[in-house]
Design a protein around this ligand. Structure first.
Ligand code: URA
Length: 242
């Protein structure tokens, strides 16, 4: 919860490599020799939402996610950016996918966009460690392009499992991809930012992606910061049971 003893889930991918075991029947961490030689090999089937229903712990889920080869993004990335923060957070922030700095560090939102996000959090009295920050896809798309629909679909079970475990009351959708994927494909951020949507008992706030704010501070920063105030008001309301 936001106010009580906060245990921070902030391990990078590399911390967990030592406890990796390849479960029976799953693809190996490294491509087999036939794959390197260009021969046809069996690829793992796309993950299904129910695959992780039994997992109730983020550390356990991470072990599965780092083994994922359900889409080609992992091959072009250094590693998986699982997400980090309070595993019992009331508030989750969801971006698009890791950029270069995130791929290098194994941590979400640590580049310029992340600095703006931290500034915005601070403006309403929150720190990174109190919320949970994740992305729609866990591996960096090449050249910082948007993840493609099949990549989003392949990775979505990871995020859904994270959301099921963390069980946030509020989800802040940073930009169009997370808004359209998690709430409604018809959302347009320029039109709908600042709006709240309720889905399955969770409150979703649509706002700008911090990178979009950085590209157009003159027009977007004020509105982005206003959305943070709306977030604080909603959080206070939920906490006080109003
Ligand atoms: N942009 C995102 O969408 N996610 C990150 O983690 C960093 C930049």
């Amino acid at each position: 919860m936001l106010s009580d003893g906060v245990k921070i889930e902030q391990r990078s991918l590399f911390d967990s490599l030592s406890d990796l075991r390849v479960p029976q029947g799953q693809a190996s961490l490294f491509p087999p020799a036939e794959e390197k030689a260009g021969k046809a090999v069996e690829v793992p089937k796309p993950s299904r939402d129910n695959e992780w229903l039994g997992i109730t712990d983020l550390g356990e889920l991470r072990k599965h996610v780092v083994l994922c080869r359900s889409c080609p993004l992992r091959d072009g990335a250094r590693g998986v950016v699982f997400g980090e923060g309070n595993p019992r957070a009331d508030i989750m922030f969801i971006g698009e996918g890791p950029g270069r700095t995130e791929d290098e560090t194994g941590r979400p939102f640590v580049g310029r966009a992340g600095q703006l996000l931290e500034y915005a959090l601070k403006s309403i009295g929150l720190s990174r460690g109190e919320v949970f920050i994740a992305n729609i896809v866990k591996c960096r798309p090449p050249d910082n392009r948007l993840p493609l629909p099949p990549e989003v679909q392949a990775c979505l079970p990871h995020l859904r499992a994270q959301m099921r475990i963390i069980n946030p009351k509020i989800v802040v959708l940073l930009g169009a991809l997370s808004s359209q994927t998690l709430v409604n494909p018809s959302i347009r951020v320029t039109r709908d930012r600042g709006k709240w949507f309720t889905k399955e008992g969770v409150e979703y706030l649509v706002t700008f992606h911090p990178a979009a704010v950085l590209r157009d501070e003159a027009n977007k920063k004020k509105e982005f910061m206003a959305d943070m105030i709306s977030l604080k008001e909603k959080r206070d309301k939920i906490q006080s049971g109003r």
